[in-house]
Ligand binder design. Sequence first.
Ligand code: HEC
Length: 172
Amino acid sequence: MSRPKGLLAMCLFVTALIVLPVKAESIASFPKDFLDWPVVKESASLPADAVLPPDTSLFIQESVRAYSWINNGQGSPLTIRVNPNKLAEYQTHGPYSDGPTAVAVSEAQGIVWVTEHIGGEAVYGSYNRQGEDISHQHPTLQPTFCQSCHTTYKDICINGTCTEPVLEMYSE
Ligand code: HEC
């Protein structure tokens, strides 16, 4: 009776391969020289207890909520830098040439979010300052999660870079 059992085990194994999620890994590559890139914007991830103005867009509400865990819920300055060769492309939100395009650096926590373009498509990655892939460390650091904003909100995030700054809601 060992053959049917072996077959069953084989079936279970194959099913597991199909059902289990693939290990999260950064797709965008780490730009080693990102500290030399010009700063285009200083922004912030807001603390967990931030009170948003009542007319805050759903997009910003989601952005704030998704990353409220950063720095133990205390928020962090966010520095946005753009590849010097792609500044003109960034100004028009593309179309983008290939290679790493922009980083958002969460200063308190030392997270480097990377958006790269490959064949015109935006891909994403999360690294620490040393360039180690940390996308497996939190569900919101996985490339598929980045897509849920950057690629899904096509009217706000054009070609993968976003046009609605988080701090704008406080400036009116
Ligand atoms: C819930 C929405 C949301 C998710 C998810 C998200 N982002 Fe963003 N991202 C934003 C917003 C909003 C900005 C603009 C912040 C500002 O300008 O104040 C931004 C800015 C950026 C920038 C700077 C360039 C640009 O597009 O303005 C990079 C790089 C970036 N994100 C990468 C990532 C990566 C990598 C991930 C996944 C690990 C990710 N983002 C997940 C909302 C999101």
